[in-house]
Design a protein around this ligand. Sequence first.
Ligand SMILES: Nc1nc2c(c(=O)[nH]1)N[C@H]1C(S)=C(S)[C@@H](COP(=O)(O)OP(=O)(O)OC[C@H]3O[C@@H](n4cnc5c(=O)[nH]c(N)nc54)[C@H](O)[C@@H]3O)O[C@H]1N2
Ligand SMILES: Nc1nc2c(c(=O)[nH]1)N[C@H]1C(S)=C(S)[C@@H](COP(=O)(O)OP(=O)(O)OC[C@H]3O[C@@H](n4cnc5c(=O)[nH]c(N)nc54)[C@H](O)[C@@H]3O)O[C@H]1N2
Ligand code: SF4
Ligand SMILES: [Mo]
Length: 745
Amino acid sequence: MTMTDPARSAGKTKTRTGYSVCTICDIGCQLRTTTEDGVVKKVEQHDNPLLAKNICYKGTAAPQIHNHPERLRVPLKRMGERGADQWEEISYQQAIEEIAERLQTVVDTHGPEAFGVSTSGWNTQTTHGLDRRFMNLLGSPNWTSGVSLCAGNTAAVSRLTYGWYTLPDFDNTKCFVLLGHNPRKHSWTPIYNRLDSARARGATSIVVDPRLSEQAEKATIHLQIKAGTDAALLLGWVKVIIDEKLYDEKFVEEWCVGFEDLKRRADDYPLDRVAEICGVDADLIARAARMYAEADGAAIPWTPITDMQLDSTSSIRLQCILRAITGNVDAVGGERFFGLNPGYRTESELQLHDEISPEQRAKQLGYSTHPAYTYRTAEILRPHMKKVWGHEWIDMVMGCHMANPSELFRAMADGDPYPVKAFFTLGNNSLMSYPNQHQILRAMLNQDLIVAHEIFMTPTAMLADYVMPGDVFSERNHIADSWAWTSNLTLNEAVATAPEEASSSFRFWTDLAHAMGFGDRFPWNSLEEVIDYRLEPSGTTFEEFRAEKYMDVQPPKYRKYRKTGFATPSGKVELSSSILGDLGFDPLPYHRPAPATSDEFPYRVFSGVREDPFFQTGQRNIGVLRRRVPAPHFFVHPDDAAAEGLVDEEWALLETAHGEVRMKVSIQDSIRQGHIRVPHGWWYPETRGEVDLAGAFVSSDAVLTVDTDDVLDYEQGIPHFKGYPGRISPCDAPEGMSSITLGTE
Ligand SMILES: Nc1nc2c(c(=O)[nH]1)N[C@H]1C(S)=C(S)[C@@H](COP(=O)(O)OP(=O)(O)OC[C@H]3O[C@@H](n4cnc5c(=O)[nH]c(N)nc54)[C@H](O)[C@@H]3O)O[C@H]1N2
Ligand SMILES: Nc1nc2c(c(=O)[nH]1)N[C@H]1C(S)=C(S)[C@@H](COP(=O)(O)OP(=O)(O)OC[C@H]3O[C@@H](n4cnc5c(=O)[nH]c(N)nc54)[C@H](O)[C@@H]3O)O[C@H]1N2
Ligand code: SF4
Ligand SMILES: [Mo]
């Protein structure tokens, strides 16, 4: 049905401007979007001067992304072999009916747990927990996400330590510590701006990074550690802080349990040992520890680096522990527990975690082996969450009730411990976004049904049976709640017209539930109705909210635990974790060394150093962005390049025990000798139709790492992406890749 717009029929252009929450990366800047006749023309900075600096060149490229000629507009059904990239266009209605029927067959044959979902949520934006609601009503616990490797897992581990997840009190901090984390002007711009403002106010900073990163260049102290040794460094800090009595004795006495055990554990990490493990000077480590502990309000902002290490659980817990023993928890200039916005129902509330039976919850992949962020830990925390925060199930940063992705892909590939035969991926390039890409490919080739909800034809979508075109942020209404990370609400307005056959994730799950016979549990007719339902406690509707404001910010309240206690079994900060102990793990933090380098694999390789023009695996097809970084590069120290015969801007082959990738070489003084950087997420959309899966196996970091138990963090089952052994040598350009074009637009 086409609506006739009176302004348009009169020959006038209809211009609209609205507030947006950018989803091109996951930090969600607040911007303004202008459309003409429903087409995005301009995305620009916010009209509030306090927010105006929060914009990067990916955000301003939104018109090129949203209007891209290759944007998916019509549902596609696979023709020919899986992965052959041959499609038939079908209607949205036909797609939903066929998907419902085929999903029902999988559930009838193998049980509901045979249905797995991977989604990262921030770009599809409008789920409102309905993906989990759908799965819980069907009986499948096997939902996972990119947040299992990034922030979601920190949220879960923080929660079992002190019952909530912190965010720095950036406006008041006197000192901040970045464990690798390296926000830049065009990479997580709002955090970059806040760190810069803190420095301008006189805050000191400590940067821990094997590279002289952009943040390290500005640091008061740079600790250029060996990759993968952060937990050892932090244990060294704990020892200095305890030995020199730099901790907050009153807070420790009143609000912490396990201090004596922690002290004994820290005694295993004297500074000379830590200096040896980390490869940095012992005095500098001690100076940094003192600088952090002595600051009157210090913060350790969340970092993804410790989310992807062999001892990730310990590294994350050590950050919580340092915040606690220095008295910085829920404190001015330290770290805030935002709590929930009382006016907005949480996604968790819509997810209906009581509807799935305890027996089905216990089948969640990872539940018994790596439970830290699965239902198993969440179940233990239920009464404590209820007591302190008022709700039993709070899925912070969408990461506190997840399946382990490696176990999910193993079940999909090998039926171990049971078959998973239907896989939906929404706004997630799953093939390339977890470790062990070869296993993920096998997993996908072994499915009866794959559905991808996407805006572009990614390598993952190429492997699907149905590709459902998604809408984008300029086309949908939403109120974002930072996934309960903060209590702020921010407005996103639909100002553009979505392709007629595109769907929001709300529409997709709702229509599928109706087609499968449980539509009565999805009583909302529109996205706005769900938002109205979520806003009900505030007594406003979506229309009223947007007429009045673009944001809702709760006034800060510090040290809330004084009234409520902490949401842990002891009601205190658990320096020694009763939950980890009860689950059979070491209750205290420790350092676990990564597999050692050898003559065969002499370098420490790490995935990361995000590239400014791209978010993760995206945007390689957006000409205006791709031209800024046309090809992927290893970073190699000049001495290592000379030793291996590598030439700047020429191709090289990097091999690990598990896989190999090719990319160009960038020789850089700033990287620690003996280390090699591999960027994340490279494929070559321009080679679609010529190279298998558009080059998804040529340069992707996910082929270099496996996920066998010896290289997974014990408690969470997190892969080790930060310092695994590898070797490098010069090579020719990969086939079909000699002249890399620059995307299509
Ligand atoms: N091997 C490896 N894996 C990693 C990492 C790594 O360094 N190495 N990093 C981890 C980290 S830090 C993170 S945060 C996660 C990130 O994981 P994700 O956030 O899932 O990022 P991508 O896997 O790149 O997938 C995003 C996909 O969403 C699509 N998309 C964009 N906007 C929309 C939309 O509005 N609607 C729909 N339907 N689709 C949209 C894009 O085209 C893209 O294909 O990955 C993690 N996984
Ligand atoms: N433009 C752009 N911005 C982004 C993203 C993007 O894809 N593009 N992704 C966003 C997301 S989801 C994330 S998670 C962040 C990630 O971005 P950052 O937090 O900045 O992380 P990376 O860029 O992966 O790596 C940062 C630094 O970690 C160092 N490092 C590597 N291994 C180790 C180690 O073992 N220990 C320590 N201490 N340091 C180490 C590297 O040398 C590097 O300088 O960026 C966000 N911002
Ligand atoms: S940093 Fe850039 S891409 Fe990320 S949300 Fe902000 S404007 Fe969008
Ligand atoms: Mo991330």
